[in-house]
Design a protein around this ligand. Structure first.
Ligand code: HEM
Length: 507
């Protein structure tokens, strides 16, 4: 981080808006990705948006992502941006309610629960839960015929299956058993605290806020009671789940985690993974329904790897699932054009200059010379939107088309993304300011980057591969068209999740 003379810099251009306080909130709320793309055309990669009284500086492009996500937390701070919104949902003393270095240690503890050894055990559990869900809801329910097409709502079904499988694996059998009753209701009340409205107005006296707070307290008590039972039980039956891993962890000074911290970390992890994964699963099913040839190729991949001598498909394994090229490309490509999180935010704690390679002011705005760039002042929020670089037509061939094969085509992604780095030399010559901290220049960052990067990526990939694999083994799917994005929800869901299915005919 270099000192700079503020007088040599401009503030980023402010996006034109009609209403002073409201600013661009409506255009952003309706479709943030479209809004950012149109601002980028007018103002370049860096611009400030007024939004309900806040000033939010948006920094776009692959290098912009790295700048926002890779700059250290003393400058771009996540707690200040998310605390009011997240703490009532997750609970006290975890995540954004503690200083960054404590949260980073908590993330390390959580990672112990997300180990490969655990994942090997989880695959069978997820396949069982998904198959059981299908048998209960798809065959013995309203639909009986193997020939007729019927309909289901992938948004609803995927959200159910994700919470069932995430609790069964990460939270253990005690929580899973209660999921048909009070626990499911409490999680749904916690969801009521995660809408965009909560983000903008975290302290309104709304009934949904009281329900959220009550649900958080009850869940916390419930998890603490399980932790106590487990501590008293020495049978060792729980060794593979997250709670078991957290009970074992110690802070650097040797103290164990307090019970309420374990409880809140478990709630936080479930909330972080739940909607992101279920939105992704829903988009995947919709694209497979719209592209039966790819769904069939995915089925063929299952047959190739899992066919038993008696011609049935044997259960999946973690290690074999990791080697399925098409399945992995389908997940990756879906996250490219439908990243569940479109806006990643930080609070600016110190003035900082934007590196020249990210965005010099368009000349028509400032009559700028090449060595003048912007300063983002303390007090702004700063926002990265990897959704923009992931669909940038300058980087990706047929940027908006869903094409899983681009990831395995030798001339595909590497060549496409490589163009971004063409002017690497420019970065080296950039003496005005420099990138700080860690991060990645990749235009593809659905899981974020830097210190706050997702720790659930492998879990999500594992969970998605099993669920999608199980659906594709059971069903043929079809849909007339790909729905629009629904940006009114906190994660980006398909506006309409309805797709048709019938039981797969096996030759
Ligand atoms: C952070 C995306 C699944 C746990 C993040 C971030 C993104 C993201 C973009 C960065 C947020 C920021 O920088 O402010 C996703 C996507 C998922 C997914 C697209 C699924 C497809 C999961 C799952 C878990 C999880 C399954 C838990 C098992 C976390 C945690 C963080 C995180 C703990 C760290 C937050 C921080 O350090 O501030 N995720 N995530 N995520 N995610 Fe995920």
């Amino acid at each position: 981080y270099q000192q700079f003379n503020r007088k040599n810099y401009n503030l980023p251009p402010v996006v034109f808006h009609l209403f002073p306080f409201v600013g661009s909130a409506i255009s952003y709320g309706k479709n943030p990705v479209k809004f950012f793309a149109s601002c980028r055309e007018k103002y370049g990669n860096v611009f400030t948006v007024v939004m309900l009284g806040r000033r939010l500086t948006v920094v776009l492009g692959a290098r912009g992502n790295k700048f926002v996500l890779g700059t250290k937390s003393a400058i771009f701070n996540a707690e200040d941006a998310y605390r009011d919104f997240a703490t009532p949902v997750f609970g006290k003393d975890v995540g954004y309610d503690v200083p960054n270095e404590v949260f980073m240690e908590q993330k390390r503890f959580l990672q112990f629960g997300l180990s490969t050894t655990n994942f090997r055990a989880y695959v069978g559990m997820i396949e069982d839960e998904t198959q059981h869900y299908i048998q209960t809801n798809f065959i013995f329910g309203a639909v009986n015929s193997r020939e007729e097409w019927s309909t289901f709502d992938s948004n609803y079904v995927m959200s159910e299956i994700i919470i069932l499988t995430a609790t069964r694996t990460l939270h253990g059998t005690e929580v899973r058993e209660k999921l048909d009753g009070s626990v499911a209701r409490y999680y749904s009340d916690l969801d009521g605290g995660l809408g965009p409205i909560n983000f903008l107005f975290p302290h309104l006296p709304l009934p949904s806020y009281w329900r959220r707070d009550h649900a958080q307290r009850e869940l916390s008590k419930f998890y603490i009671s399980i932790i106590r039972k487990r501590k008293a039980d020495t049978s060792g039956d729980f060794e593979n789940d997250l709670m078991a891993a957290l009970i074992e962890q110690r802070y650097r000074d040797g103290t164990p985690l307090k019970e309420h911290v374990i409880a809140h970390l478990m709630i936080a992890l479930l909330m972080a993974g739940r909607h992101t994964s279920s939105a992704t699963a829903s988009w995947i099913l919709i694209h497979l329904a719209a592209n039966p040839h790819i769904a069939n190729a995915l089925y063929a991949e299952q047959v190739q790897v899992y066919r038993s001598p008696d011609n049935t498909l044997r259960p999946m394994t973690y290690d074999e699932n990791r080697q399925l090229p098409l399945m992995n490309s389908v997940i990756r490509e879906t996250l490219r054009i439908h990243p569940p999180i479109h806006s990643i935010m930080r609070y600016v704690r110190q003035d900082i200059a934007v590196p020249v390679v990210i965005g010099t002011p368009p000349r028509e705005i400032f009559n700028a010379t090449d060595d003048i760039t912007y300063v983002v002042p303390k007090g702004h929020h700063i926002l990265a939107s990897p959704a923009i670089s992931q669909k940038d037509p300058q980087i990706w061939r047929d940027a908006s088309s869903w094409d899983p094969y681009r990831w395995t085509d030798p001339k595909g992604v590497a060549a496409e993304a490589g163009r971004v780095y063409e002017s690497e030399a420019a970065e080296e010559n950039d003496t005005k300011s420099e990138y700080i901290g860690v991060g990645s220049d990749s235009p593809y960052q659905p899981f974020g980057a830097g210190g706050h990067r997702c720790i659930g990526e492998q879990f999500a990939n594992m969970q998605l591969a099993v669920i999608i694999g199980t659906f594709i083994r059971n069903f043929e799917l079809r849909v007339a068209s790909i729905p629009e994005h629904n940006y009114y929800t906190t994660v980006t869901l398909p506006m309409d999740g309805y797709i048709q299915f019938r039981h797969r005919k096996i030759d």
